[in-house]
Design a protein around this ligand. Structure first.
Ligand SMILES: CC(C)(COP(=O)(O)OP(=O)(O)OC[C@H]1O[C@@H](n2cnc3c(N)ncnc32)[C@H](O)[C@@H]1OP(=O)(O)O)[C@@H](O)C(=O)NCCC(=O)NCCS
Length: 171
Protein backbone atom coordinates (compact mmCIF):
# COMPACT_ATOMS: atom_id res chain seq x y z
CA UNK A 1 0.00 0.00 0.00
CA UNK A 2 1.38 3.39 -0.91
CA UNK A 3 1.27 6.28 1.53
CA UNK A 4 0.51 9.15 -0.88
CA UNK A 5 -2.58 9.93 -2.89
CA UNK A 6 -5.09 10.22 -0.07
CA UNK A 7 -7.95 12.53 -0.96
CA UNK A 8 -10.62 13.61 1.54
CA UNK A 9 -13.87 14.61 -0.18
CA UNK A 10 -17.66 14.44 0.16
CA UNK A 11 -19.18 10.99 -0.41
CA UNK A 12 -20.92 10.55 -3.77
CA UNK A 13 -23.40 8.00 -5.06
CA UNK A 14 -20.52 6.18 -6.81
CA UNK A 15 -18.91 5.58 -3.40
CA UNK A 16 -21.92 3.80 -1.91
CA UNK A 17 -20.86 0.27 -2.97
CA UNK A 18 -17.30 0.46 -1.55
CA UNK A 19 -18.50 2.38 1.52
CA UNK A 20 -21.04 -0.37 2.22
CA UNK A 21 -18.25 -2.96 1.83
CA UNK A 22 -16.12 -1.00 4.32
CA UNK A 23 -19.06 -0.80 6.71
CA UNK A 24 -19.52 -4.61 6.58
CA UNK A 25 -15.78 -5.10 7.24
CA UNK A 26 -15.89 -2.74 10.20
CA UNK A 27 -19.13 -3.36 12.08
CA UNK A 28 -21.13 -6.36 13.27
CA UNK A 29 -24.32 -4.34 12.62
CA UNK A 30 -23.64 -2.59 9.30
CA UNK A 31 -26.09 -0.09 7.88
CA UNK A 32 -28.07 -1.28 4.85
CA UNK A 33 -26.57 -0.12 1.55
CA UNK A 34 -29.70 1.98 0.88
CA UNK A 35 -28.92 4.03 4.02
CA UNK A 36 -25.80 5.39 2.36
CA UNK A 37 -27.75 6.26 -0.78
CA UNK A 38 -30.20 8.12 1.45
CA UNK A 39 -27.37 9.97 3.21
CA UNK A 40 -25.88 11.10 -0.12
CA UNK A 41 -29.08 11.85 -2.02
CA UNK A 42 -31.83 12.79 0.40
CA UNK A 43 -30.78 13.55 3.97
CA UNK A 44 -30.29 17.29 4.03
CA UNK A 45 -28.79 17.10 7.53
CA UNK A 46 -26.15 14.58 6.47
CA UNK A 47 -22.52 15.43 5.86
CA UNK A 48 -21.01 12.21 4.48
CA UNK A 49 -17.27 12.12 3.75
CA UNK A 50 -14.76 9.64 2.37
CA UNK A 51 -11.00 9.33 2.12
CA UNK A 52 -10.05 7.88 -1.26
CA UNK A 53 -6.66 6.33 -2.00
CA UNK A 54 -6.06 7.54 -5.54
CA UNK A 55 -2.67 5.84 -5.71
CA UNK A 56 -4.46 2.50 -6.10
CA UNK A 57 -6.00 1.46 -9.42
CA UNK A 58 -8.93 1.55 -9.23
CA UNK A 59 -9.01 4.08 -6.39
CA UNK A 60 -10.02 2.56 -3.04
CA UNK A 61 -12.16 3.97 -0.28
CA UNK A 62 -9.84 4.03 2.75
CA UNK A 63 -12.22 5.64 5.26
CA UNK A 64 -15.70 7.05 5.64
CA UNK A 65 -17.55 9.32 8.04
CA UNK A 66 -21.16 10.41 8.35
CA UNK A 67 -22.09 13.40 10.50
CA UNK A 68 -25.67 14.54 11.01
CA UNK A 69 -25.86 18.27 11.53
CA UNK A 70 -28.95 19.56 13.34
CA UNK A 71 -28.81 23.22 14.38
CA UNK A 72 -25.77 23.52 16.67
CA UNK A 73 -25.31 19.78 17.17
CA UNK A 74 -23.09 17.44 15.15
CA UNK A 75 -23.96 13.77 15.66
CA UNK A 76 -21.13 11.47 14.59
CA UNK A 77 -23.34 8.78 13.04
CA UNK A 78 -20.64 6.45 11.72
CA UNK A 79 -16.88 6.39 11.21
CA UNK A 80 -14.74 3.60 9.78
CA UNK A 81 -11.23 3.22 8.43
CA UNK A 82 -10.42 0.23 6.22
CA UNK A 83 -8.31 -2.32 8.16
CA UNK A 84 -5.42 -1.85 5.68
CA UNK A 85 -5.23 1.84 6.60
CA UNK A 86 -5.72 1.81 10.38
CA UNK A 87 -3.35 3.37 12.94
CA UNK A 88 -1.98 5.87 10.43
CA UNK A 89 -3.92 8.83 11.75
CA UNK A 90 -6.62 8.64 9.07
CA UNK A 91 -9.55 8.29 11.46
CA UNK A 92 -8.28 11.22 13.48
CA UNK A 93 -7.84 13.48 10.50
CA UNK A 94 -11.14 12.51 8.88
CA UNK A 95 -13.04 13.14 12.11
CA UNK A 96 -11.21 16.44 12.66
CA UNK A 97 -12.12 17.51 9.12
CA UNK A 98 -15.77 16.55 9.55
CA UNK A 99 -16.09 18.32 12.89
CA UNK A 100 -14.32 21.43 11.58
CA UNK A 101 -16.72 21.55 8.63
CA UNK A 102 -19.65 21.13 11.02
CA UNK A 103 -18.30 23.91 13.24
CA UNK A 104 -18.08 26.21 10.22
CA UNK A 105 -21.76 25.47 9.60
CA UNK A 106 -22.64 26.45 13.16
CA UNK A 107 -22.18 23.32 15.28
CA UNK A 108 -20.97 23.91 18.82
CA UNK A 109 -21.38 20.40 20.20
CA UNK A 110 -20.57 16.91 18.91
CA UNK A 111 -21.89 13.66 20.31
CA UNK A 112 -21.80 9.97 19.49
CA UNK A 113 -22.46 6.46 20.75
CA UNK A 114 -19.72 3.84 20.92
CA UNK A 115 -19.70 0.21 22.05
CA UNK A 116 -18.42 -0.30 25.56
CA UNK A 117 -15.90 -2.85 24.22
CA UNK A 118 -14.59 -0.52 21.49
CA UNK A 119 -11.65 0.82 23.44
CA UNK A 120 -9.72 1.86 20.31
CA UNK A 121 -12.47 4.20 19.13
CA UNK A 122 -12.93 5.53 22.66
CA UNK A 123 -9.20 6.33 22.80
CA UNK A 124 -9.54 8.21 19.51
CA UNK A 125 -12.50 10.21 20.82
CA UNK A 126 -10.76 11.01 24.10
CA UNK A 127 -7.87 12.45 22.09
CA UNK A 128 -10.36 15.00 20.75
CA UNK A 129 -11.56 15.79 24.27
CA UNK A 130 -14.80 13.83 24.08
CA UNK A 131 -16.06 12.95 27.56
CA UNK A 132 -18.45 10.23 28.69
CA UNK A 133 -21.96 11.55 29.38
CA UNK A 134 -23.68 8.30 30.16
CA UNK A 135 -24.70 4.94 28.87
CA UNK A 136 -27.53 3.33 26.90
CA UNK A 137 -27.93 -0.16 28.37
CA UNK A 138 -28.28 -3.05 25.87
CA UNK A 139 -28.24 -0.61 22.94
CA UNK A 140 -26.72 -2.99 20.37
CA UNK A 141 -29.15 -5.68 19.30
CA UNK A 142 -26.58 -8.25 18.14
CA UNK A 143 -25.03 -8.94 21.54
CA UNK A 144 -26.93 -6.68 23.95
CA UNK A 145 -23.84 -4.57 24.54
CA UNK A 146 -24.17 -1.16 26.20
CA UNK A 147 -23.49 2.04 24.28
CA UNK A 148 -21.30 4.70 25.86
CA UNK A 149 -22.50 8.24 25.10
CA UNK A 150 -19.72 10.74 24.53
CA UNK A 151 -19.78 14.44 23.75
CA UNK A 152 -17.41 17.27 22.93
CA UNK A 153 -18.27 20.90 23.65
CA UNK A 154 -17.34 23.40 22.46
CA UNK A 155 -15.97 22.50 19.03
CA UNK A 156 -12.69 24.40 19.06
CA UNK A 157 -11.45 25.12 15.51
CA UNK A 158 -7.83 25.53 16.62
CA UNK A 159 -7.74 22.21 18.45
CA UNK A 160 -9.49 20.49 15.53
CA UNK A 161 -7.01 22.02 13.05
CA UNK A 162 -4.10 20.67 15.08
CA UNK A 163 -5.67 17.18 15.00
CA UNK A 164 -6.32 17.53 11.26
CA UNK A 165 -2.77 18.47 10.41
CA UNK A 166 -1.01 15.82 12.48
CA UNK A 167 0.88 13.14 10.51
CA UNK A 168 0.76 12.24 6.83
CA UNK A 169 -0.85 14.55 4.29
CA UNK A 170 -4.35 14.21 2.92
CA UNK A 171 -5.27 16.64 0.16
C1 LIG B 1 -11.81 3.38 15.34
C2 LIG B 1 -11.15 3.65 13.99
C3 LIG B 1 -12.07 4.53 13.14
C4 LIG B 1 -9.81 4.37 14.21
O1 LIG B 1 -9.27 4.70 12.95
P1 LIG B 1 -7.67 4.83 12.72
O2 LIG B 1 -7.45 5.52 11.45
O3 LIG B 1 -7.05 3.49 12.90
O4 LIG B 1 -7.28 5.74 13.97
P2 LIG B 1 -6.02 6.74 14.02
O5 LIG B 1 -4.84 6.09 13.38
O6 LIG B 1 -6.44 8.05 13.50
O7 LIG B 1 -5.82 6.82 15.60
C5 LIG B 1 -5.56 8.02 16.28
C6 LIG B 1 -5.39 7.70 17.76
O8 LIG B 1 -6.59 7.11 18.27
C7 LIG B 1 -6.25 6.05 19.18
N1 LIG B 1 -6.58 4.74 18.60
C8 LIG B 1 -7.09 4.49 17.37
N2 LIG B 1 -7.31 3.17 17.20
C9 LIG B 1 -6.91 2.57 18.35
C10 LIG B 1 -6.87 1.22 18.77
N3 LIG B 1 -7.31 0.21 18.00
N4 LIG B 1 -6.40 0.95 20.02
C11 LIG B 1 -5.98 1.94 20.82
N5 LIG B 1 -5.97 3.28 20.47
C12 LIG B 1 -6.44 3.57 19.25
C13 LIG B 1 -4.74 6.15 19.38
O9 LIG B 1 -4.53 7.10 20.40
C14 LIG B 1 -4.31 6.67 18.03
O10 LIG B 1 -3.07 7.32 18.06
P3 LIG B 1 -1.71 6.43 17.91
O11 LIG B 1 -1.89 5.53 16.73
O12 LIG B 1 -0.66 7.50 17.72
O13 LIG B 1 -1.57 5.67 19.20
C15 LIG B 1 -10.85 2.31 13.24
O14 LIG B 1 -10.15 1.43 14.12
C16 LIG B 1 -12.09 1.59 12.75
O15 LIG B 1 -12.58 1.86 11.67
N6 LIG B 1 -12.61 0.64 13.56
C17 LIG B 1 -13.79 -0.11 13.18
C18 LIG B 1 -15.02 0.75 13.15
C19 LIG B 1 -15.22 1.52 14.43
O16 LIG B 1 -15.06 1.00 15.52
N7 LIG B 1 -15.63 2.80 14.29
C20 LIG B 1 -15.95 3.65 15.41
C21 LIG B 1 -17.35 3.39 15.80
S1 LIG B 1 -17.87 4.39 17.15
Amino acid sequence: MSTGGLILRPMTLADVGPVYALDRLSFSLPWPERSYRYEVQENRNSRPWVVEDSSESPARIAAMLVIWLVLDEAHVATLAVHPDYRRRGLGQRLLAHGLLAAEKEGADLAYLEVRQSNLGAQALYRRFGFVVDGMRPHYYVDNGEDAILMSLRPLDPQALSALLHAGETIS
